[in-house]
Design a protein around this ligand. Structure first.
Ligand code: FE2
Length: 238
C-alpha cells in the first residue's frame, strides 16, 4: 500500500496544491499531513479549507497548538536572535489572521495517528512521539532513535518539524522525516512530498521535490504584510 505524507505546509497553499496533484498521480491509497499548517506564509485558512475539502487527516504541530491556544510562542530553540524575532513576528501575524473555523480545526487535531498495514504498525506525529517541539535531525545518535522508538510499539515512525527529510533504519524500525511542503530548509525551494510504499517484506520511501511557482508565493508573502525575510527564505529554500 502506498501512502503520501505532507509535512510542514506553513501557509503555502500553492506548494500544497502542487504536492497534492503529484500525490494523486502516484496512485496512493491515503494522504496524511504532519502538522504545522500556518506561519511564515499567509494562507493558513486556505490550507485548512483545502485539507478539509480533500479529506486529508493529520496531526497537530507545535505551530498549530500555539496558534490555536493563543500562546506567546512554541517553546522552540532558535539558532540566533534574528530567527527568534522573525518567529515571533510570524506567530503574531498568524494569530491575527486565523479564522475561528481554522482555530477550531487546529485545536482539535490529534497529537498522533496510528494505523496498521501489511502487518506493520505506522505512527504519525509532528516532531517526536511525546513532544511536538523537539528537533529530531538525522544526525542524532542512534540511542536517541532507539529511545523514541521505545515510547511506541510502532514499526514505522513518520514525522516532520525539522523541514529536512531523511529515512533511517535502526533496530528493525523505520524512521521517516517527511520534510516540508511549504518551507524547505535544504537550499532547494521545491516542495517536499514523501511517498511510502509498505508491503509485508519491504518499506520503500521516496522523497519527491515538486516544482511550483515559488516567485508567486514569495510575492504573496510580501503583499500580506508578513516580513519580507520570509519571502527571501522561501526563494533560497531556507
Ligand atoms: Fe514547521
Amino acid at each position: 500500500m502506498k501512502f503520501a505524507f505532507f509535512g510542514d505546509i506553513h501557509g503555502n497553499i500553492d506548494a500544497l496544491k502542487a504536492v497534492y496533484a503529484k500525490a494523486t498521480g502516484e496512485g496512493v491509497s491515503k494522504i496524511y499531513h504532519l502538522g504545522d499548517l500556518g506561519g511564515y506564509a499567509p494562507f493558513v485558512n486556505e490550507v485548512v479549507e483545502f485539507l478539509i475539502e480533500h479529506g486529508i487527516e493529520g496531526v497537530q504541530g507545535n505551530y498549530d497548538e500555539t496558534v490555536a491556544n493563543d500562546r506567546e510562542h512554541c517553546g522552540c530553540k532558535y539558532q540566533d536572535p534574528v530567527q527568534e524575532e522573525m518567529a515571533n513576528l510570524s506567530f503574531e501575524w498568524t494569530k491575527r489572521h486565523v479564522s475561528h473555523k481554522t482555530k477550531e480545526y487546529l485545536r482539535n487535531l490529534p497529537a498522533s495517528i496510528s494505523f496498521q498495514t501489511a502487518g506493520k504498525k505506522v505512527l504519525l506525529f509532528h516532531a517526536t512521539p511525546h513532544k511536538n517541539n523537539i528537533y529530531w535531525y538525522q544526525d542524532r545518535p542512534e540511542k536517541f532513535f532507539s529511545e523514541m522508538a521505545a515510547k511506541t510499539d510502532a514499526d514505522i515512525l513518520i514525522y516532520g518539524h525539522t523541514h529536512k527529510p531523511y529515512r533511517k533504519d535502526i533496530g528493525g524500525k523505520v524512521f521517516v522525516n517527511a520534510g516540508s511542503v511549504g518551507k524547505p530548509k535544504e537550499g532547494d525551494p521545491k516542495a517536499c512530498l514523501t511517498i511510502v510504499d509498505i508491503t509485508q517484506n519491504n518499506v520503500s520511501v521516496q522523497f519527491d521535490r515538486v516544482l511550483y511557482d515559488v516567485e508567486e508565493a514569495a510575492r504573496a508573502i510580501k503583499e500580506s504584510g508578513l516580513h519580507p525575510y520570509f519571502a527571501e527564505k522561501l526563494r533560497k529554500g531556507g
